[in-house]
Design a protein around this ligand. Structure first.
Ligand code: IPM
Ligand code: MG
Length: 365
């Protein structure tokens, strides 16, 4: 198979982790006889520095002409002046919106070897296997009006949480379809006791639930959900929620897995089908980690695991995806850890070495 992948390494640790993921894809290509062709493009702070635009038109065009996009991370202190006219994050949001990537799939899986890396008790995280489906192109991130509204009483600003029934319905359908391929349970998360957009969310979620009588459905409030995530995380199968709640809950859920550096994601314009074959943007859930950028110690596994999601979802290559995940599991099982995961007595490795270990596992499997 031949494929075209656009790389958007971005800022901070982004280029470091993307480089390792590319090595892994090339190893998969050699082993299984595929040709992955990479085009690198600018996005984020680096794009602002070089072009003044966090998502130059050429970058967007490159993504549109590719089968899949792999993104590292965007943002950093250099561009975070609240008064700045353009911000790196705008590039990422524009990319998601322009490509119609409304469904962000964030699986949370515990590798047994990492049980000690979680701050939670082993018995609490024992059965964790969930997917957070985060709505990605609506809600507070995009609702209008948004911005400063200074007036005679002083400084003021507004963000708007806006949802249409269509946006909610398609996100719920993706979530239910996914649940059907899993343990057939959906938790819809909202704040319906306070927010009008959440009451609509719940109304539409119930209507969609009626189309899926074989899937167990519950709705819970977002504050309660944040508590249950660390109290009884093993109970969740698919969590479906709006953009901002999903952003926050997925960072929280990453602590079950031991580190943000372990969680991959896929952003899709449609439901991931068992048969695969869909365009997608793949990225780790973590950010650019400016505090450790350039030190060669970032954990590349979330980005490497994102390539496994890409292989499965966009390229329909399940055996290849399994090979990447098995390689990660094996390397962790042998005790290798980037510093974010290292407990006492484990072998600490850097970004490049971790990537090399995964590549070696794939080659020798
Ligand atoms: C994420 C990130 C982004 C988001 C930022 C970088 C804009 O936190 O992908 O979770 O909030 O969506
Ligand atoms: Mg986030």
């Amino acid at each position: 198979m031949q494929a075209k992948i656009t790389l958007l390494p971005g800022d901070g640790i982004g280029p470091e982790v993307v480089a390792e993921a590319v090595k892994v894809l090339n190893a998969v290509g050699s082993k299984f006889g595929h040709e992955f062709n990479f085009i690198e493009a600018l996005a984020g702070g680096i794009a602002i520095d070089q072009t003044g635009n966090p998502l130059p038109d050429e970058s967007l065009a490159a993504c549109r002409q590719s089968d899949a996009v792999l993104l590292g991370a965007v943002g950093g202190p250099k561009w975070s002046d609240p008064k700045a006219a353009v911000r790196p994050e705008q590039g990422l949001l524009k990319l998601r919106k322009e490509l119609g990537l409304f469904a962000n799939i964030r699986p949370v899986k515990i590798y047994p070897a990492l049980a000690a890396a979680s701050t939670l008790k082993p018995e609490v995280i024992a059965n964790v296997d969930m997917v957070i489906v985060r709505e990605l192109t609506g809600g507070l991130y995009f609702g209008q009006p948004q911005g400063r509204q200074d007036n005679e009483r002083g400084r003021a600003a507004v963000d708007t949480m806006y949802y249409t029934e269509e946006e909610i319905g398609r996100l719920m359908r993706v979530s239910f379809d996914l649940a059907r391929q899993r343990r057939k349970k959906i938790t819809s998360v909202d704040k319906a006791n306070v927010l009008a957009s959440s009451r609509l969310w719940r109304e539409v979620a119930h209507e969609v639930a009626a189309e899926y009588p074989d899937v167990e459905y519950e709705d819970i409030l977002v504050d309660a959900c944040s508590m249950y995530l660390i109290r009884r995380p093993g109970d969740f199968d698919v969590i479906a929620t709006e953009n901002m709640f999903g952003d926050i809950l997925s960072d929280e859920a990453s602590m079950l897995a031991g580190s943000m550096g372990m969680l991959p994601s896929a952003s899709l314009a449609d439901a991931p089908s068992a048969a695969g074959g869909k365009f997608g943007l793949y990225e780790p859930i973590h950010g650019s980690a400016p505090d450790i950028a350039g030190q060669g110690i970032a954990n590349p596994l979330a980005t490497i695991l994102s390539t496994a999601m890409m292989l499965r979802t966009t390229f329909n290559l399940a055996a290849e995806a399994d090979a990447v995940e098995a390689a990660v599991e094996s390397v962790l099982g042998q005790g290798y850890r980037t510093p974010d995961l290292a407990w006492s007595g484990e072998t600490k490795v850097g970004t490049t070495e971790m990537g090399n270990l995964v590549v070696k596992e794939i080659e020798s499997a």
